[in-house]
Design a protein around this ligand. Structure first.
Ligand SMILES: [Zn+2]
Length: 206
């Protein structure tokens, strides 16, 4: 919470008072306007047509140039997020805090970088649908939280051990080897030794 407030404050400080100088026509004629805006934007490899009915954007009154400030990006990201129906930064943060987790702890359990969780929560990055599903399951399902434990996670979690299948995990297959093949191998080996000693006895007899 504190961290985000600081980020917003520094962002606000960067927003200078209007009018701004227009980089296109070099006139001090840039003022904020509210206008409908449509944009094509990609998320998760899919292209979305997003409409923001009331985009607040700085615009040059002299030449019509639009200035895409951070706050404009935020509004477009917010519209995209609500269009694709994924958790908002506030919802991610609230879900994490309800579990009493630090963002680096949540990151470890989900298997992402700590910076990633922090970017989702600050609205700097929109999580993929798959990550959104993982977040929702983690927040909503105690059983999921019980098994997703980061470094202490059971390596066989979700592994279906079917010893008859060739697709069975290596450990199950090696158990099968131990149970069925090794005794036979040992038996063969002792048969071989017997044969060898018989041969030696025969050789000695000759
Ligand atoms: Zn201009």
């Amino acid at each position: 919470m504190t961290h985000d407030t600081t980020a917003n404050q520094s962002r606000k400080r960067r927003d200078r008072p209007f009018p701004w100088l227009c980089a296109n026509c070099l006139k001090d004629e840039v003022y904020p306007v509210t206008m409908p805006y449509a944009v094509e934007t990609k998320h998760d490899g899919r292209l979305y047509h997003i409409e923001v009915p009331e985009l607040r954007i700085p615009k040059c009154k002299a030449c019509g140039e639009l200035i895409f400030s951070n706050s404009v990006d935020d509004q477009i990201m917010e519209a995209l997020r609500s269009h694709v129906r994924i958790l908002t930064p506030e919802q991610i943060k609230a879900g994490r805090k309800a579990l009493g987790l630090k963002s680096k702890d949540l990151a470890k359990r989900l298997g992402v970088a700590a910076a990633t969780v922090s970017r989702w929560e600050k609205g700097m990055m929109i999580q993929s649908r798959a990550m959104d599903n993982l977040l929702r399951v983690y927040f909503a399902v105690p059983e999921a939280r019980a098994v997703l434990r980061g470094a202490e996670q059971d390596p066989n979690l979700g592994v279906v051990a079917d010893p008859k299948s060739d697709l069975a995990p290596v450990e199950a297959r090696s158990n099968r080897v131990t149970a069925h093949f090794r005794p036979r191998e040992l038996k063969n080996l002792s048969d071989q030794r017997k044969r060898q000693s018989n041969f030696l006895l025969n050789a000695g007899a000759n």
